[in-house]
Design a protein around this ligand. Structure first.
Ligand SMILES: Nc1nc2c(c(=O)[nH]1)N[C@H]1C(S)=C(S)[C@@H](COP(=O)(O)O)O[C@H]1N2
Ligand SMILES: [Mo]
Length: 390
């Protein structure tokens, strides 16, 4: 942070501690603005991620409503979009402040020491979250840890360190952005050709904007033709929907295409039932327009047609209860999901037999898949083999 201030040629290193360095590549004014934007991005990312975790692992006090139908699509879309936008912001912020990391002496007092130590979990945690999140979107797992657990704990560590950092830097940041820009409305490059303060900011926000533009189409329909970087486009795949996990990978091919397929319904008022697809159709089909919203941030809307779960519950004499749904896929982490009483009672929660006007493609869960409003994609169980009434 030396030598870039236009204040005085005789300025010394210790001098800069008191007077904010406001111009040039390492400007404190930039550091403050980037910090504020990163704080907002990480804040949204943290809260939406926490929400997604609670929905998938609900503690006793938490219930996630079935409505509005597209809410999870929005919160998880925001989670991934803010994470992606944070990548260029973080890179430029680190570039802006890195000379400070070599500041000597390393700290002035105990509070300053705490602030400096908290940079380690802050920077490494933030990098880990953005890298592992991006890898997860691309299904690239070069590591040997379980992504959701590692991402979850890293988020708490990073946010803890971020709170310490904000507490320590708030006053300095406020001072750095107060008043008009010190380098005027048209800042020039430095005498050595280095970028102006404004050019550095443009690079950060331009990068964030561009990355958002070429990935947000994975969930936001009007931008789908610009969706160049994200791995899924919401309208590409069999029956106009993307496929994350194929029938071959799930190992259900034989069971799902067996003409003797029966849906087993346990826990009703009478004996367990065994329903053919024809028996299911006889219960009456209903149509619902619902998105599949994956934790990875992509989502796709479709017209589903199937038996209402609540009609099935009424049929077996157990209306208003919670339901567990099991897949023909019996190993791994996608073997089923549960419905709260409110979700099971929703008129749009279906055991779907058709999508977009034809019977389900094997890749979309033939012969029966669960689809319901406001559920994470991972809970929209494909190849349903069993319904257990709780
Ligand atoms: N049985 C089973 N159901 C499943 C999955 C799976 O792997 N196996 N994937 C889930 C996930 S993560 C999502 S996002 C949705 C949509 O995935 P798809 O595009 O593979 O259909 O289905 C869900 N249902
Ligand atoms: Mo998913």
């Amino acid at each position: 942070m030396t030598g870039t201030s236009g204040r005085s040629a005789t300025k010394t290193v210790s001098d800069t501690e008191n007077v904010a360095d406001l111009t040039g590549v390492h400007s404190e004014r930039n550091a403050a603005w980037l910090g504020i934007c990163l704080g907002v991005a990480f804040g949204i990312c943290f809260l939406t991620g926490l929400l997604s975790h609670l929905i998938q692992h609900p503690p006793g006090w938490f219930t996630w409503p079935a409505r509005p139908a597209g809410l999870y699509r929005v919160t998880q879309g925001l989670h991934v979009a803010t994470g992606i936008a944070a990548i260029p912001l973080l890179l430029v912020k680190l570039w802006t402040v890195y000379p400070k990391l070599f500041h000597w002496p390393p700290f002035d007092d105990a509070v300053h020491a705490l602030e400096r130590v908290s940079l380690l979990p802050l920077i490494s945690g933030a990098i880990f979250l953005l890298v592992s999140g991006t890898q997860n979107i691309f299904h690239w797992y070069p590591w040997h840890f379980f992504f959701p657990v590692a991402h979850w704990w890293a988020a708490w560590i990073t946010v803890g360190a971020l709170i310490v950092h904000i507490g320590a830097k708030a006053t300095q940041a406020r001072r750095a952005i107060a008043g008009p820009a010190p380098d005027g409305p048209h800042p020039q490059p430095g005498p050595d050709g280095s970028l102006s303060r404004r050019a550095v900011l443009r690079m950060a926000f331009g990068g964030a904007g561009l990355l958002t533009l070429v990935t947000l189409g994975e969930t936001f329909g009007p931008l789908r033709h610009l969706d160049l970087l994200s791995p899924r486009r919401p309208d590409i795949g069999p029956q106009g929907l993307p496929v994350n996990r194929s029938a071959e990978e799930a190992g259900i091919m034989a069971a799902a295409t067996d003409p003797a397929y029966r849906l087993v319904v346990e826990g009703g008022a009478g004996r367990p039932l065994s329903l053919s697809v024809g028996d299911l159709r006889a219960l009456g089909l209903h149509t619902a327009v619902l998105p599949i919203a994956c934790v990875e941030g992509w989502s796709g809307q479709a017209v589903w047609r199937g038996v209402r779960v609540r009609d099935l519950l009424a049929h077996v004499g157990r209306p208003g209860t919670a339901v567990q749904v099991g897949s023909l896929e019996t190993s791994g982490i996608y073997t089923g999901s549960s419905l709260t009483p409110a979700q099971a009672a929703d008129p749009d929660t279906l055991l779907a037999l058709e999508v977009n006007g034809s019977p389900l493609h094997i890749q979309h869960g033939y012969p029966v898949r669960l689809i319901g409003p406001n559920r994470p994609g991972v809970q929209q169980t494909k190849w349903v083999g069993k319904v257990v009434i709780q």
